[in-house]
Design a protein around this ligand. Structure first.
Ligand code: SF4
Ligand code: SF4
Length: 301
């Protein structure tokens, strides 16, 4: 099933120090609403079954996003909104807005939480938003962005103390977080296959991956093209048929890194997206891998 991260606007209510989405856009941009409505119908025709409204803070445009969610519902597209919960200031407001989202047909709310977000938005907002979801029957989960430092322990404990459904996710050292010192993490020697859902920006550029992919500025590896001059179907097909993207999905980034010459000891110090950046944001490594893609495909157990 095709899925898409839909960047309606890069505007946000806050300015997190680690933000990937807004890092390159000091001047926020927003998609034209009529264009967005037309696009939802086009996505449905292209067989897209899931749309995640992300980028800046979608709830800043809650009426417009609400209309887009409704359109998705009519087209049987699963929807998710990623939000920092700035709007959940009181129990009443949280209940009212969650009920409105549910009525529009929203399938899931993803609540962003981290020590960087919570410098600007009270953690109680996250709790209120989650509690309203439970009360009203809207699926939610908390996305807990962390660099796995001890500093984050009290944040994780808060989520546990309140019995919230949450999933830790590694901070991505891109956008504003580019200047952070990268913390080495030590993972299992796992495959790191990546589903790679494309990301559409408010100015209609499409990238092959929805996380750090639009920030591979040395190679523009994930750039698929612009809807201003290329049909949607063609951009999806490009994402689905690129041989290197296929290997990321099937063989995983760890095996590609090993093939490229990185030692196992070094590989396990990287999170998935960081490892991906090491390989595909390096013009030399990328051109070598592209040239050897058939040999690389045969590099299997
Ligand atoms: S809430 Fe999200 S989009 Fe807004 S600044 Fe923070 S990380 Fe970026
Ligand atoms: S691992 Fe690579 S392809 Fe997957 S989300 Fe991260 S940057 Fe994108």
């Amino acid at each position: 099933m095709r899925k898409l991260a839909f960047g309606y606007s890069t505007r946000c209510t806050i300015r997190c120090a680690h933000c990937v989405a807004s890092g390159d856009h000091p001047n926020s941009i927003k998609m034209d609403h009529e264009t967005a409505k037309g696009l939802i119908l086009e996505l449905a025709r292209a067989g897209v079954g899931g749309v995640s409204f992300s980028a800046g803070e979608p709830m800043l445009y809650r009426n417009e996003i609400g209309e887009l969610v409704k359109l998705c519902r009519h087209s049987s597209i699963y929807t998710r909104i990623v939000t920092n919960s700035f709007w959940a200031r009181t129990d009443e407001v949280a209940d009212q807005l969650v009920a409105e989202l549910k009525e529009n047909g929203l399938c899931q709310l993803r609540l962003s939480f981290s020590r960087w977000h919570q410098q600007h938005v009270s953690r109680d907002n996250i709790l209120r938003a989650a509690q309203s979801c439970r009360k009203i029957g809207l699926e939610y989960f908390v996305s807990f962005i962390t660099d796995f430092s001890e500093e984050d322990d009290p944040y994780e404990q808060y989520l546990r103390d309140h019995g919230l459904t949450f999933f830790p996710e590694p901070v991505i050292y891109a956008g504003r977080a580019e200047s952070f010192d990268r913390r080495k993490i030590f993972t299992d020697y796992q495959a790191n296959c990546c589903e790679m859902n494309p990301y559409l920006t408010p100015d209609l550029h499409m990238y092959g991956c929805c996380d750090a992919g639009s920030h591979f500025s040395e190679t523009n590896f994930f750039y698929l093209g612009s809807l201003n001059d290329t049909p949607l179907e063609q951009l999806f097909r490009k994402s689905e048929t690129d041989p290197m993207f296929t290997l990321i999905r099937t063989m995983g980034i760890t095996n590609i890194a090993s093939y490229a010459g990185m030692s196992g000891r070094e590989i396990i110090t990287y999170s998935k997206c960081e490892l991906c950046r090491q390989l595909f944001n390096s013009p030399e490594t990328l051109s070598r891998l592209r040239a050897e893609v058939h040999k690389l495909s045969a590099w299997r157990r």
